[in-house]
Design a protein around this ligand. Structure first.
Ligand SMILES: Nc1nc2c(c(=O)[nH]1)N[C@H]1C(S)=C(S)[C@@H](COP(=O)(O)O)O[C@H]1N2
Ligand SMILES: [Mo]
Length: 316
């Protein structure tokens, strides 16, 4: 993804080796309780003050698992990895530092807007969505264009239900999504001024209303950690990870294909559709295989990341 430094197809060693420092808060407390004070204090010394987590962080969010969406032959990625190995350039390009830098980001309360080609523009708090839409859990693959992948139990609701509620007009053909702009809380937005902040993405309306497109407010049975895009992110797992925009503040229905963050930066490397396709190499690396971050296993990449039965017909 990073354009300044060229990235090889292989995930570098330092990016995939789990280190105790990234075990997360719960493990840290466990370690302390077990009297592993050496480790615990070493961890504490390297992290910013974390005695006061943001109000509501990791609040339980129980939801029935939809058994239809499962990932055969792969284990769910441990949460310490999903929440501790991230692409979230608003904070930093260092994957293992996102969680620490995002920990005190204020992801609640959080206003969201729907505007553009809709019957009536909407403004609401993210927590209204919890009341409006029945929640379900789906285990989805996430395949980054950098050729690493994880398997995550997301909690949320189908984007189709959300779009239906938003009442697009007959002219609407696309949905544009925009993230927050908060340089005061985000070192990446402050320091990496060459990026066209805020992050923006888009889908065709037939993609957004496909049953696989999922709006996510939780993971692993609780609300999303900031590092994974709290309070609201997209999961479109048949596309490369960068399409799954995090920290959404706005949806805009349009009749024109919206520009996207990575396409704007490098149009020859990141196209609008960006469907996972092992047969189509990225200009700088192959997409034929991927590395499971948790196991370091290299596995074949599937067409549409394994979701062809649901989405291939959109592209025939
Ligand atoms: N707002 C925002 N959304 C984003 C990104 C980002 O930098 N900013 N990175 C994308 C990329 S490249 C990937 S691979 C996924 C990673 O999601 P995860 O860190 O929750 O696994 O988020 C995507 N969504
Ligand atoms: Mo990515």
């Amino acid at each position: 993804m990073l354009i300044r430094k060229s990235k090889p197809g292989e995930v570098p060693e330092r990016e995939v080796t789990p280190e105790p420092i990234y075990l997360g808060r719960r493990r840290l407390f466990q370690a302390a309780a077990l009297g592993l004070s050496g480790i615990a204090s070493r961890l504490r010394a390297t992290l910013p003050s974390r005695e006061k987590p943001p109000a509501g962080a990791l609040r339980p969010l129980p939801a029935p698992r939809d058994a239809k969406y499962k990932v055969e032959g792969r284990e769910i990625t441990p949460e310490a990895i999903t929440a501790g190995f991230n692409n979230y350039y608003e904070f930093t390009t260092e994957k293992r530092r996102v969680a620490e830098l995002a920990e005190h980001f204020d992801s609640r309360p959080w206003q969201i807007e729907v505007r553009g080609l809709v019957e009536k523009p909407l403004k609401f708090d993210v927590d209204d969505l919890l009341k409006r839409f029945p929640l379900e859990e789906r285990v989805y693959r996430l395949r980054c264009v950098e050729a690493w992948s994880i398997v995550v139990p997301w909690t949320g609701f189908p984007m189709a239900k959300f779009i239906e509620w938003a009442k697009p007009t007959a002219q609407a053909k696309f949905v544009r999504m925009v993230s927050f702009l908060r340089p005061g809380q985000c070192p990446g937005q402050r320091e990496q001024t060459w990026y066209p902040w805020p992050y923006f993405e888009g889908l065709r309306l037939d993609e957004a209303t496909n049953e696989v497109a999922f709006l996510v407010i939780g993971s692993y049975g609780h609300i999303l950690p900031n590092s994974n895009g709290s309070p609201l992110r997209l999961a479109v797992p048949w596309k490369y990870g960068y399409k799954s925009i995090k920290g959404i503040v706005r949806f805009e229905l349009t009749d024109k294909q919206p520009p996207t963050f990575w396409n704007k930066l490098a149009p020859n490397e990141y196209d609008f559709l960006s469907n996972v396709n092992p047969a189509k190499p990225h200009p700088r690396w192959s997409q034929a295989t991927e590395e499971e971050v948790a196991t370091r296993r290299r596995i074949p990449t599937l067409p549409y990341n394994g979701y062809g039965e649901y989405v291939a017909r959109l592209y025939s």
